[in-house]
Every structure is written in structure tokens, then in C-alpha cells.
Design a protein around this ligand. Structure first.
Ligand code: XMP
Length: 387
């Protein structure tokens, strides 16, 4: 059983010895991990800790300001830097998930190389936790914050050394630690938000206009879904481009004993097949009836197994068209999952009435969105995020 008080007692002298007389800069995102790492480090080295939040352009509505206020209440002063222009420039023309993640990582740490110099800090502190490096080493996806574990020498490449005080912990332990450190409940109970933020929820090439519609969709999902329904809940956006897939429609009709059509999107997402990374397409099903989510999320596996190109199964909630009855260019998927350690996850059984209310609001707020789906794929064969 994890004992947070003992962990703190053992960590403080180690962290003080590691930092020595040097100053350290914490890379804050406002997520649970970096906030808890900041509080622990603050306890260890006090005024030698500086805090910086990079506004990458991929944060949620109002998030930079909220994080600044939240950390201020926890006794940590955070500077916010808008560097969104640099990120959009670095990602231009990239649509492959791993290429995007690597470009994000490069830009992120080049900026922190510059900023550690600016702040006269020898160390960069970050909230890396165990699943981050386990999944990266396992080749599933390159989490943005994994550097030394994959042989990147940060001192030579970026000019700072790293301190990762939570690197051996899992999310539930990090939350207990946050509580023990006296952080407000709203900080340590927040749902996780990935470092690359909305970039991994904007499938394929990121564009400022699609990120804007995604940001609205994420805010709508966060308004309707609660921590009681799911450990993580959000929306993702992708192009509507694709084609009808008669073979999948037939399989699904048989599987669900219902009239079904299937649309194979060109957009690709990250998943896991047989312990290995799999980068496959999204299939959107339109069913005649509202089936229980438990049934959909159980039977989807048959479709993923039988169709080599398919990575995830999405079920249509609602749609809208242009005044001429044409398809709009983007589609949105709502995702809500239950998990303890984020290494595996099941799909939350959100009632259809609530899914419909969310979809209706998303369609009203996002004039370029054709369909709103619910992602009924557990992890595995999907991952939590889409990229
Ligand atoms: P996946 O998508 O790998 O997500 O099933 C598991 C958990 O990790 C979060 N995640 C990330 N967090 N940097 C982070 O700080 C990343 O690059 C990253 N990718 C995924 C994800 O939101 C989920 O909580």
C-alpha cells in the first residue's frame, strides 16, 4: 500500500541533494502530475523553484489563467508564456501521429532550453509518471515528456538537466500524494490532460480553425460528464473524408441484429493489437436502434479483429448537413473511459439522452461538424487518446 507521507519524507532530502544550490524550473501544464510535482518540489527547495506554463495553443478554454489562479492558491507563482505560434509553425504539414508528437517534443524542449537559461535554472522539473515511460518504451506512443529514458541527453541537446520526482508512481498514487501535500481537491482530482493537449485530439494535421471547434466540443463534454461517470472524458475532431464500407455494414448488422451502415474514415488513430502499436482507421457505425453502450463496447472487438485497417469503432449519435444536404468537413468523437491505472480502460456507460444532449450542443457550436459519434472502443484495442 502506497504511503504518501513516507514518500514525501524520503523524497525531500533526495530532491534537495539533487538540486544542490541550483534553481530549478517546473514545466507546469496544470495537469495533476505537474501540479503535484510542483508542490513536492516547492516543499523541497522553496524559493529555488520557478514555475512556467507554456501556452502551446493546445490548452482548453480559459486554462492558462485557471491554472495560474489554482497554483497561486497553492502558494506557487506561475508565469505564462504564449508560444502557440511556434507550435503551429512546427506542426505545419504534419499529419502522422508520431511525427506530430516528436515535433511537439522538439519544440517544447527547445523552448524550455531557452527558458531555463532565461530563468537561470540548471534543472527542469517535470511530472513524468510510470505509465508515460512504460508506454513509450513499449513503442505504443511517444509521450512528449520521455527523454532520458529513451537515451536523449537533455544537457547536451537542450541545456538543462532533468528532475522527475514522480517517475516511479502511478496516477492514483500521485493523487494521494497531492492530497497529502495539502493541494486543493480541484487540483489533485482533476481528470488527466496530456502534455501535448488538444494536439493529440485534433487527428491528422492541426489547423487553428479545427482546434477552435475542438476546444468548444471538449468544453461541452466536460460540462456534461463528471468524475463520477469517467476518469477521463473529452472530444476529438477529424476529417469527414472517407467512404461507405459495405462489408463492415453487413458484419455490424449481423452482430447487432439491426439495420446498420458503416463509414470508413480516412483519419487514423493509435491503438494496440496483440501488445504492439497499431495505427488504424476509424469506422463510424449508424445503427437503427440505441443499443446499450455495454453491448456496443463488447461487440466492437469483432469488427476490429475482422477488419485489418480498423482501429476504433465509433457509433453515430447525431448529424447535420449543409443546406444542400452535403456532408460537412469535420466529425467529432466523444470519448469517456473508466480506468484505475490508465494502462487499460473500459468505455463509460453514459446514457443515450446525455450523449444526445452533448451532440446537439456540439453541432450547434461547431458549424463545420457533420457527425458526432461516441467512441465505444476500450483500451486495448484503442488507447485513451486518439493519437
Ligand atoms: P493513452 O492515450 O496512452 O493515455 O492510452 C494514457 C494516459 O496518458 C495520457 N497521455 C499523455 N500524457 N503526455 C502526457 O503528459 C503525453 O504525451 C500523453 N499521451 C497520453 C492520456 O491523456 C491518458 O491519461
Amino acid at each position: 500500500m502506497f504511503d504518501a507521507a513516507k514518500f514525501i519524507e524520503a523524497s525531500l532530502p533526495k530532491l534537495r541533494a539533487q538540486a544542490g544550490e541550483h534553481d530549478a524550473l517546473i514545466a507546469l501544464s496544470g495537469g495533476v502530475d505537474s501540479s503535484v510535482a510542483a508542490a513536492l518540489m516547492n516543499k523541497a527547495i522553496g524559493k529555488h523553484l520557478k514555475a512556467l506554463l507554456l501556452d502551446t495553443g493546445f490548452m482548453r478554454e480559459g486554462e492558462p489563467g485557471q491554472v495560474k489562479a489554482m497554483m497561486k492558491a497553492a502558494g506557487i507563482t506561475v508565469e505564462v508564456r504564449d508560444v502557440s505560434g511556434e507550435f503551429f509553425a512546427a506542426l505545419k504539414g504534419l499529419s502522422d501521429a508520431e511525427e506530430k508528437r516528436k515535433a511537439f517534443r522538439e519544440t517544447f524542449y527547445n523552448i524550455f532550453g531557452r527558458e531555463t537559461k532565461n530563468f537561470k535554472c540548471e534543472y527542469l522539473v517535470q511530472g513524468t509518471i510510470a505509465p508515460d515511460w512504460i508506454e513509450t518504451e513499449g513503442g505504443i506512443k511517444s509521450q512528449h515528456n520521455i527523454l532520458e529514458q529513451i537515451g536523449i541527453d537533455t544537457k547536451t541537446k537542450f541545456g538543462f538537466r532533468l528532475i522527475e520526482p514522480l517517475a516511479q508512481l502511478y496516477k492514483d498514487q500521485v493523487r494521494l500524494l497531492g492530497k497529502e501535500l495539502g493541494l486543493p481537491d480541484e487540483v489533485y482530482s482533476r481528470q488527466p490532460f496530456p502534455g501535448p493537449g488538444l494536439m493529440v485530439r485534433c487527428i491528422g494535421e492541426v489547423r487553428e480553425d479545427t482546434v477552435a471547434e475542438l476546444r468548444k466540443s471538449v468544453a461541452i463534454v466536460e460540462k456534461h460528464v463528471t468524475n463520477a461517470d469517467a476518469q477521463q472524458y473529452f472530444a476529438a475532431i477529424f476529417e469527414s473524408k472517407g467512404k461507405d464500407a459495405m462489408n463492415i455494414a453487413e458484419q455490424a448488422s449481423h452482430l447487432f441484429n439491426d439495420r446498420c451502415s458503416a463509414y470508413l474514415h480516412e483519419a487514423k488513430a493509435t491503438g494496440v493489437k496483440g501488445d504492439l502499436r497499431f495505427y488504424g482507421q476509424l469506422v463510424g457505425l449508424k445503427l437503427g436502434k440505441r443499443h446499450p453502450i455495454s453491448e456496443l463496447s463488447k461487440k466492437q472487438l469483432d469488427i476490429v479483429i475482422k477488419n485489418e485497417v480498423v482501429c476504433r469503432v465509433l457509433v453515430k449519435i447525431l448529424s447535420q448537413h449543409t443546406s444542400r444536404g452535403q456532408k460537412l468537413p469535420y466529425s467529432v468523437a466523444i470519448r469517456a473511459i473508466r480506468t484505475r491505472d490508465f494502462m487499460t480502460a473500459t468505455v463509460s456507460e453514459i446514457e443515450w439522452a446525455r450523449l444526445e444532449a452533448m451532440a446537439k450542443e456540439i453541432l450547434a457550436a461547431c458549424p463545420h461538424v457533420w457527425r458526432v459519434y461516441y467512441d465505444v472502443t476500450p483500451k486495448p484495442p484503442a488507447t485513451v487518446e486518439f493519437e
